[in-house]
Write a new protein. Structure first.
Length: 81
């Protein structure tokens, strides 16, 4: 199975974010839209709110999942296999 991670702060989710995720969903079997928590930023929305916005915006894409992570992207990818 081919997987890809689309990381971002998604604060807020934009049409550009959704376009990139949609393009990835056409190329890969599984797409994870990853809300990355950056302690150096002061986001407008909580990570949970951003994840919920992404879930609603990508609900029509069955191969897209949403997750939240704080740390290095390499660590997340390693954890996910």
């Amino acid at each position: 199975m081919t997987k890809v991670v689309c990381p971002g702060s998604f604060d807020p989710v934009t049409k550009g974010h959704i376009d990139i995720i949609a393009r990835a969903s056409a190329l890969f079997e599984e797409v994870i839209a990853l809300v990355v928590i950056n302690p150096g930023k002061d986001p407008s929305f909580t990570a949970q709110e951003r994840a919920e916005m992404l879930r609603k915006a990508t609900a029509h894409m069955p191969n897209v999942g949403v997750d939240i992570f704080q740390g290095l992207l390499a660590d997340y990818v390693k954890e996910q296999g």
